[in-house]
Design a protein around this ligand. Structure first.
Ligand code: YK8
Length: 177
């Protein structure tokens, strides 16, 4: 896998969780910017193992010329019970893109780790891996992996940039920059 984001932000761990994993103004605006439309999400619900789960459905717009312009997608998120509110959040997110070539072979696993640094600082780490449900031919596999990395890199680079902008806006208002 790859580590796409690994950085300290000047807002609390709790704030980071709210921005990324609730129906926040930030996440809605980010989806608009990425042309992700028709999003529906369930609320966080505890499962039998004690972890929290929710799922999202949406339509993504794809810029890769090898693929159709749109695909529906499902994202299943797990907030592990090892998480500690305000201190440490571990979220795994499995993303299935239903309408791309070879969609039945692979999905993407994004692991988000938010760690409290101080009252108003946290570290965000995002680790990504392309997972296979069945083994495709070698050349198909490298094709899928290569095309996934480029799309993911672009996505997380923009997410990091938008978070930095949010940070700038928040610190401006509080006068302790
Ligand atoms: C989530 C991973 C692969 C997929 C795409 C498929 C290439 C198909 C390969 C063929 C288009 C928002 C991606 C990037 C679409 C976007 C997905 C996003 C960014 C040619 C063999 C959607 C995070 C996420 C996870 C997986 C990404 C897809 O929050 O290349």
């Amino acid at each position: 896998g790859r580590l796409y984001v690994n950085r300290v932000f000047r807002f609390s761990a709790e704030k980071m969780f709210d921005l990324l994993f609730t129906d926040s103004y930030f996440s809605r605006r980010f989806m608009d910017a990425r042309k992700i439309s028709g999003a529906t999400s369930s609320s966080w619900q505890r499962d039998a193992s004690g972890s929290m789960k929710r799922s999202l459905n949406y339509t993504i717009t794809i810029t890769n010329p090898l693929v159709g312009k749109f695909s529906t997608a499902t994202e299943n998120q797990t907030l592990y019970k090892e998480s500690r509110e305000g201190h440490y959040y571990l979220v795994d997110s499995e993303v299935y893109t239903h309408d791309v070539p070879y969609h039945d072979y692979f999905y993407t696993l994004n692991r988000y780790c938010i760690i409290r640094n101080s009252k108003r600082k946290c570290r965000l780490r995002i680790y990504t891996d392309v997972k296979y449900k069945k083994q495709p031919w070698g050349f198909v596999k490298s094709f899928i992996t290569k095309n996934s990395w480029s799309g993911l890199e672009d996505y997380f680079r923009q997410l990091e940039a938008e978070l930095l902008e949010e940070e700038a806006e928040l610190t401006q208002g509080s006068g302790d920059a």
